[in-house]
Design a protein around this ligand. Structure first.
Ligand SMILES: NC(=O)c1ccc[n+]([C@@H]2O[C@H](COP(=O)([O-])OP(=O)(O)OC[C@H]3O[C@@H](n4cnc5c(N)ncnc54)[C@H](OP(=O)(O)O)[C@@H]3O)[C@@H](O)[C@H]2O)c1
Length: 319
């Protein structure tokens, strides 16, 4: 059914593309990956043999004003933009693709929400983004939804949580990426958490994000002009996350709770923790379930454990 359709994935060899591109090939699409051709997908898959590789440096091409035209010249039916971070960048691409594609899918982030006011946050809540990354992603989403709803540009936005999968370090129970936190939990050693450990993180397996993109494509009439969270079925509190990991290692969690200022003064990666707990993401997947039949295969803990097992096997987590 889809064999005639050409999908161009911009930035298709990263965490998400590793899972999404093989799914597209298996579904019968003709697939082109656009990247600088510096890296390959994390996991081997025969599907990559049938993917056309096109080398373009987006940053350079945008400076030259040619990026949108170069993508349009590939004659895609569907464009999946994995690596758009500014409104200008998005506008340049949309300007070149208007009237030329049947579907345009943008990869955003749950950081568009800033802090949540109601949890789990739904896609229709007013945005309160902070930090340049979230502000730009929110502006991109807003622009794309206006383009879709008022000007007929067939855009969908997909907003992943903290992506977990082989090749990618997970956000840990302290809210940063240092692997010694997992090692301490594995040995029953003390782990220090900020506040009461009740702020949240919301992970998702990269393959479940890929599923949201696929379901959005397969349910075109429901997904155009809409944005969807791509997260697991439930966010974790830092405390709940630490306790679940300790249990998985066969230990009782040995947790100490300190106020934010004490935590900040003693943890060298507290900036990353701040970014995560200041957002404390907790996003709903009900809209994706209802409109495009999203059914995540992994809970947060299942996705994280798959990643931790890989890190243990590769010797990066020493237990
Ligand atoms: N990481 C997270 O937890 C997280 C959470 C929420 C949302 N997101 C969103 O997920 C998206 C990133 O997806 P990802 O994690 O799969 O990306 P990734 O692993 O960083 O991979 C980036 C891809 O883009 C290519 N690329 C990088 N710079 C390029 C350039 N200048 N020109 C052309 N290609 C370039 C890379 O290949 P080459 O190096 O070969 O060019 C690769 O294919 C972003 O939109 C981000 O906002 C991520």
């Amino acid at each position: 059914m889809n064999s005639q359709k050409h999908v161009v994935v911009i930035g298709g060899t990263g965490h998400l593309g590793t899972y999404l591109v093989p799914r597209l090939v298996e579904a019968g699409f003709k697939v082109t990956n656009v990247s600088r051709q510096k890296r390959e997908a994390y996991l081997p898959n025969k599907a990559w043999q049938s993917v056309t590789q096109v080398g373009i440096d987006r940053t350079e091409a945008e400076e030259a004003g040619t990026f949108g035209t170069q993508i349009a010249e590939l004659k895609p039916d569907i464009v999946i933009d994995m690596i758009c971070f500014t409104l200008d960048s998005c506008q340049q691409l949309v300007g070149a693709l208007r009237g030329k594609v049947s579907h345009f899918l943008h990869c955003g982030t749950i950081w568009i929400h800033g802090h949540s006011t109601v949890t789990p946050a739904t896609e229709d809540l007013p945005r309160q983004p902070f930090g340049e990354y979230g502000i730009q992603k929110s502006a991109i989403e807003s622009y794309l939804m206006t383009e879709a709803r008022q000007h007929g540009f067939p855009a969908t936005a997909v907003h992943p949580g903290h992506i977990v999968g082989t090749g990618h370090l997970p956000i840990n129970p302290v809210g940063h990426r240092r692997l010694d936190v997992f090692e301490k939990l594995a040995r029953g050693e003390e782990v220090v958490l900020p506040n009461f450990g009740l702020e949240t993180v919301h992970h998702v397996h990269a393959d479940d994000v890929a599923q949201v993109f696929m379901q959005a494509i397969f349910n075109w009439s429901q997904s155009v002009g809409e944005s969807f969270h791509a997260v697991s079925s439930g966010a974790l509190t830092l405390r709940g996350y630490a306790e679940a990991m300790a249990k998985w290692f066969g230990q009782e969690a040995n947790l100490k709770f300190v106020d934010w200022e004490t935590f900040k003064a003693n943890d060298p990666d507290s900036d990353a923790t701040w970014d995560h707990i200041a957002h404390s993401p907790n996003a709903s997947i009900e809209k994706a379930r209802r409109l495009i039949n999203y059914a995540p295969r992994y809970t947060s803990i299942q996705a994280i454990i798959e990643c931790v097992e890989w890190l243990i096997e590769s010797g990066e987590i020493k237990i």
